[in-house]
Design a protein around this ligand. Sequence first.
Ligand code: PFF
Length: 513
Amino acid sequence: MGEIAAEYWKRRKGFILAAIGSAIGLGNIWRFSWLTYRNGGGAFLIPYFIALLIVGVPLLILEFLLGNYFAGSSPKVFRKIRDNLEIIGWIAILDVFIIGTYYAVVLAWVFDYIWLSIIYAPQLASGTLSASRLFGNLVTNPWLVLLGLAVTWFITWYTVFRGVSEGIEKASLVAIPLLWILSIILVIRGVTLPGADTGINWYLSPDFSKLTSGSVWIDAFGQILFTLSIMAAPLIVYASYMPKKSELPNSAWITAFANCGFSFFFGFATWGIIGYLMSLKNVTSPAALNIPLGGGGLAFITIPTAMSQLPGGPSVAAVFGLIFFLVLWLAGYTSLISIIEPVYAALRDKFGVTRRQTVTAVTIISFIIGLIFVFDPDMIDPVDFTVGSTNLVWIVMLEAAVAGFYLGVKKLREYANPYAELKLGAWFDYLIKYAAPISMAVILFYGLWYAKAQVVVYSIVQAGKTVMINAPGTVNGVHPVSLIVMVALLIAAILVTGFKWRTKIEETGIAEV
Ligand code: PFF
């Protein structure tokens, strides 16, 4: 068997932009500002910032260091730490794989919206067609979604198929700056609309009394994990494509701040527009609008409704609608890339398979599984409950504990420091060994035992992301599908762990075949 040549990013900038691309996703746009609004406005920034500093950045740094130090994907990393820990890596990989199957379906809706809003711009602007009707027609027409899904997967497949520097890096170098430029346009439009200040006040005026509620803190910690894509899969693999002796800690700080800054910034567009709607409808609170303020509802109903009433007539409405959905699509696309790449990398590491065939196979299988969500969008929430929220918490808890106690963070820190722009001190060890696992354990404990189990764990990612379609809070009790997915995932992880390694595990560098 031949040898698989190691792949690397061409420039550090490519690595950082790809990591930012993974982090910035649907969650930044339709979830962050909604969480902020409902969790005490500006006051929510306090738990959010604390979560960022005590678990977000340290775990991001940890994942970068693990990936780079062991030069491979999560199963390889965990196996090198200790043979029988390989399964943790596979759980993470299978988890991210399942996330991809429905994340792509949401992107398919976004894609369809892009061209539907072009085709129906006049009707939307004149009010003969409402945005919610349009969305209703869309989700009930699976064939349309199927088409959007095929296009979304095709573009994603092509990107990952081309490889790290030719595909992922090039796509990120274009998509992320473009995403920012388009977002700046939306924010400027948002904050200059009549009534924008009222909306922004609702977004940010602080209510410190909310901070005494545990669920506010859970929201903050859960959002930090999801938004930074911290889940022992994409970032480990991305960092493995940086050469040894690279700067890593500062890259993690940059990624974290670019991501969280984007969320905060984009909130001004969203809430400026919500304020504008409030002034049009002459209501004094966002709740009185009676439309969704987060999640898929915000993206597919509220924003298009508001866009269609922008000053300037149908063509202006069409242009801003288009920009909004392009932002959403670009954000999601760069995240989806980072969902497929680690699945390929894990299979490559263990079985010695090549990129092109594997990426093609993984894409086709993801597309086929995604049909479930195309034809039954109600399945998204219960599946996401397992793989997109609950699992993140305990996988990351194990990751931090394993790195902290089995491997020794000090070793990693000493590995990174000579090349680091920002040196890691002993604080890093404490955060990884104690702060991260303990806060994850508290979230799980609080979620599963204390306040009505599912409802609280659910609120980890509840806001817009979990509740992609339904109004937040409409789900009570654990859906049987959530449990089935959990059991299936664990069985699959056991099976794939049981297979023989077809590659040699080297101390450094990519596994040779
Ligand atoms: N960080 C992405 C978001 O906020 O939308 C979601 C995500 C991407 C989760 C990639 C997991 C992942 F592997």
